[in-house]
Write a protein that binds this ligand. Sequence first.
Ligand SMILES: [Zn+2]
Length: 199
Amino acid sequence: MLLTCENCETIFRIESAQLATAGQQVRCSVCHHVWAPDIEERANPDNEILRESLSVLRKPLLICALVIAAFSLLSFNRTLITAYVPSLIPIYDVTGLTIRPDISKLEVTDLKANFQGDTLRIRGNLSNKSALMTHAAPLQLSILDEDGVVLHSQRLTPDDAFIAARSATEFFIQLTIEDATQAEIRLEPLALRLTSSRP
Ligand SMILES: [Zn+2]
């Protein structure tokens, strides 16, 4: 175990067995100061080894814990993080942490469909309901007739790749469809994998 002189602070290494008796006094060979070392240190010499090992381990353990915490944070919040820093999307993607739009935050609003002859024009907004920036998502457009038969189906991309908090991006499409005046128009945001800053 290590003993530090109370007076001159010289550190000595001594055998724990040499300090077997409680209250035993020691004399510093440098300044000749006499004192009774701390009882706790004598009572449990293993403590010191443990403490030394721990202090050696503390830093790497701390770094390890911080890395794990940082990684969890970056992984768990990756959709949000990449909404603010889109350049990270390909980096997340190559590390296997797939980024997908959080479609629970998205809603199609102000949907307007207009027929002129066989021409169908569909416009609307993809709104971000959340209080933070989010990814826009591609939309699956389905046009169904009154019997539920799919007349047309395609994917469309809204104007912007990202939508500010409680804001919206627009979408528009023009199609040629015959006899679809009674059609039902459905638009579903898709949680498709993002590999670059532009879906
Ligand atoms: Zn001393």
